[in-house]
Design a protein around this ligand. Structure first.
Ligand SMILES: Cc1ncc(COP(=O)(O)O)c(C=O)c1O
Length: 378
């Protein structure tokens, strides 16, 4: 254990506390934020918000992008855009951050948790197909769960820790069942599935720019889509559904104050300029970790062979729960921040009543996976 702690300390060249993921501000951050302050446009109108959206389109290859206050609000709106409504069911994975399941609940939807694959840590297309084949019937308005009578109005796969799941297989299956896919790509900015950026396979995708992500603006999010009318509507409801007018305040539906402030967007633009370098750096770090852990017989999670991952959070898989707990105890005690993966969503009190399959791989992973320090290195 001591050799692991020393190895990580050596990478970060410090005897002090090592966080799991700290941001790096090495570019135009101060300049752009100062500029936003001087312009007085610090709130939801301003040039940096527009530039941010253009940069997201450029990076992801998506036609449209809508800036939001965080990834959770982006997910909430993306789910509303595909029509998730009260009483609907939404398929997702139990291995995810709570925001995925929360956003489904904000729409009045009920998450259905299906298993992940061990090779991707993302939603298993076979588990998805099995569930749909066994439990659904098609009606005029789409796919219905024949046991509960509820409509299945979306599927939300997630690219865990930046590693692309088998998104094309998932989208294929969902297309056959007329279920729109919303990609939770909160963690996977800069990650590609077979040369195509994650987040662009579903009807809509979302990204997070929280302080712990590869690129941050304090708090921020983005929706991406190729559908012009969905993009227009998403922009409208994230900006309080106000009808443009020189002076009157008229709103034509219940909207949200979800637009990213220009101040945060200024920070985001400066960070996005450095994305390629951050990812090269993170991939180099992952390679160092892979060599080190493999030489010690510890399984280091590598990108699936079809993918180019941003390696947002590096993950090791330990033999069992006892060794996982020992690893967490010793590293955290030594000031090296490590974390288990999230408690499975189906175990949280507010989602414990939700439908789920056996979740064998999810349970397996929960007992063994640990995230280790992954900040861009000095
Ligand atoms: C998988 C996943 N979904 C959604 C979110 C929500 O993003 P935010 O924290 O920006 O609201 C996050 C991260 O924070 C996440 O990791």
């Amino acid at each position: 254990m001591q050799d692991i702690i020393e190895f990580i300390r050596d990478i970060y060249k410090t005897g002090d506390f090592i966080p799991l993921h700290a941001p790096t501000f090495a570019g135009n951050e101060k300049k752009y934020v100062n500029d936003a302050i001087e312009s007085t446009f610090v709130s939801s109108v301003g040039e940096y918000v527009n530039s941010f959206e253009k940069m997201i389109c450029h990076i992801t290859g998506s036609e449209h992008s809508i800036a939001t206050v965080n990834g959770t609000s982006a997910l909430h709106i993306a789910l509303r855009m595909v029509g998730v409504d009260f009483g609907d069911e939404v398929i997702t994975q139990p291995v995810t951050f709570v925001a995925t399941a929360n956003a489904i609940s904000y729409c009045g939807g009920k998450p259905v948790f299906l298993d992940i694959e061990r090779s991707t840590m993302g939603l298993d297309p076979e588990a998805l197909e099995r569930f749909l084949k066994k439990n659904t019937i098609m009606k005029e308005k789409g796919c219905y769960n024949r046991n509960t009578g509820s409509r299945i109005s979306s599927c939300v796969p997630m690219h865990s820790f930046g590693h692309p799941c088998r998104i094309d297989a998932i989208v294929d299956i969902c297309n056959r069942y007329q279920i729109p896919v919303v990609e939770d790509s909160a963690e996977s900015l800069g990650s590609y599935y077979k040369e195509t950026h994650t987040g662009t396979f579903g009807r809509l995708g979302i990204f997070s720019f929280n302080g712990n992500k590869t690129v941050t603006c304090g708090g921020g999010g983005a929706i991406v889509t190729d559908d012009a009318s969905l993009a227009r509507h998403a922009k409208h409801v994230t900006t309080t559904a106000k009808i443009p007018h020189p002076f009157e305040y008229v709103h034509d539906e219940v909207g949200y104050n979800y637009r990213l402030p220009n101040l945060n967007a200024a920070l985001a633009c400066a960070q996005l300029e450095q994305l390629d370098r951050f990812i090269e750096n993170k991939r180099r770090l992952a390679k160092k970790y892979a060599d080190f852990f493999n030489s010690r017989g510890i399984f280091f999670f590598k990108e699936p062979e079809y993918a180019r991952s941003n390696y947002w959070l590096n993950t090791i898989i330990l033999p069992d729960l006892a060794s996982r707990n020992e690893f967490l105890e010793k590293t955290n005690k030594a000031g090296v921040m490590t974390r288990p993966i999230w408690t499975l969503m189906n175990k949280l009190s507010m989602f414990a009543h939700c439908q789920a399959d056996e979740l064998l791989n999810s349970r397996w992973l929960e007992e063994r996976a640990v995230n280790i320090p992954s900040s861009v290195t000095p």
